[in-house]
Design a protein around this ligand. Structure first.
Ligand code: XUL
Ligand code: CO
Length: 444
């Protein structure tokens, strides 16, 4: 990044200004350098910026073209525009104090007329990204391949009925893995773009799922061959673009990975709006992944409860995020994962400021939720309530059930004998909801 050139005019580095600040361009809760338990907030939260939304998104929707124009989108050819855009991106990552970024291969470099030409373009931009990473200290949380935009992938990539398309997708992921490794990527994501179907009238579901598993195994094998040590992540989503996506939700992915003996090589990248599209809460998906030991990373966003599609909004719902943070912290954190803002500006948010304001809001909401969640866990009220609720399994016949030492016959004898009818015990839902509200209102 040339020190002299700023793509963001008067906007400097965003600073922490405290909870009472009225400055729209300051953090109110995210203090990147604040040390909590021996680690800075920056290290705890591992925020990441999504290149596709923040630097390729223009606000287009099915009813109209883009509304957002960026001053850096000029240059003599596609490669030089891509480089200038990337300079602007790294300036933004630095100014917003995000330690990580994420990309799809085709976000950062233009697609060529052949795969060889696309790879050449990608190499040129990756070399540029490597310099920028070195100059700024910003790291790559994950890389991925876009296997859904080009018309060749209209019927899917690894689940395409045409083996030729499968081969193309394999070649593209091979390269995407190599460049992710080149940039020190800590993870590699598989979001199932068009891996699903529109109608079963033309689909062999079993064969497609077998092919999908074969594809993932090839990725595992190739990563081993080249010594890529990053974590593989699958990102569940129930629908959109296809009517039915194979990676429907966390539970479906866990079943799929275990069926094909891939679970040792993958974890899950949970996106809030994908959880809600599947009819789940964000926290539910985190708990399901954590219970299977597969909690990997988060695509941090929100949907709109009144709309049935993936609106990818910035999440400012502190209560929802507090619940998510409690579950994440209880599970031991995200490891090599992080919170990636897979979120875009609304179509009418056309100012350059809006890009900062949106990320500030998201970062602040996660930071506040993180602190509230830590207080909740330190005080242990919910955990104690839940532990007491299950305490009948801590001793006696309850313990024998958990230890698998007892069966139907013994339990029948107990019920007919000394146990009789169970006494009802309140679940105290309203009490717990009120308690949660108190934590959220009182804040950090
Ligand atoms: C699509 C989505 C993707 C993945 C990466 O809904 O979330 O951007 O995160 O391919
Ligand atoms: Co995503």
């Amino acid at each position: 990044m040339k020190k002299t050139q700023s793509h963001f005019g008067r906007i400097g580095q965003i600073a922490y200004d405290g909870a009472k600040s009225e400055n729209a361009l300051a953090f109110k809760h995210y203090n990147p350098d604040e040390v909590v338990d021996g680690k800075t907030m920056k290290e705890h939260l591992r925020f990441s910026i999504a290149y596709w939304h923040s630097f390729r998104g223009v606000g287009s929707d099915p009813f109209g073209p883009g509304t957002i124009q960026r001053p850096w989108e000029t240059g003599k050819d596609a490669i030089s525009i891509a480089k200038t855009r990337m300079d602007a991106a790294f300036e933004f990552f630095t100014k917003i104090q995000s330690p990580f970024w994420c990309f799809h291969d085709r976000d950062i470099a233009p697609e060529g007329r052949s795969l060889a030409e696309s790879n050449k373009y990608l190499d040129a931009i990756v070399a540029h990204a490597k310099q920028l990473q070195k100059a700024t200290g910003v790291r790559l949380l994950w890389g991925t391949a876009n296997l859904f935009s080009n018309p060749r992938f209209m019927a899917g990539a690894s689940t395409n009925p045409d083996a030729h398309v499968f081969a193309y997708a394999a070649a593209q992921v091979k390269k995407a893995l190599e460049v992710t490794q080149e940039l020190g990527g800590e993870n590699y994501v598989f979001w199932g773009g068009r891996e699903g179907y529109e109608t079963l009238l033309n689909t062999n579901l079993k064969r497609e799922q077998d092919h999908f598993a074969a594809f993932l195994q090839m990725a595992v094998d190739y990563a081993k061959e080249i010594g890529f040590a990053g974590q593989f992540l699958i990102e569940p989503k129930p629908k959109e673009p296809t009517k039915h996506q194979y990676d429907f939700d966390c539970a479906t992915c866990i079943g799929f990975l275990r069926t094909y003996n891939l679970h040792k090589h993958f974890k899950l990248n949970i996106e809030t709006n994908h959880a809600t599209l599947a009819g789940h809460t964000f926290q539910h998906e985190i708990e399901v992944a954590a219970a299977a030991g597969l909690l990997g990373s988060i695509d941090a966003n929100a949907g709109d409860m009144l709309l049935g599609w993936d609106t990818d909004q910035f999440n400012t719902d502190v209560k929802e995020l507090t619940l998510a943070m409690v579950s994440i912290l209880k599970a031991g954190g995200l490891g090599s994962g992080g919170f990636n803002f897979d979120a875009k500006l609304r179509r009418q948010s056309t100012d350059l400021d809006d890009l900062f304001i949106a990320h500030i809001g998201g970062m602040d909401a996660y930071a506040l939720a993180f602190k509230i969640a830590r207080r909740i866990l330190a005080e242990g009220k919910f955990e104690k309530f839940v532990a007491d609720r299950y305490s009948s399994f801590d001793s006696g016949f309850g313990k024998d059930i958990e230890k698998r030492k007892i069966g139907f016959k013994e339990l029948e004898k107990l019920v007919i004998g000394k146990l009789g009818e169970p006494t009802p015990k309140s679940g105290k839902q309203e009490y717990l909801e009120n308690l949660l509200n108190q934590y959220v209102v009182n804040g950090a």
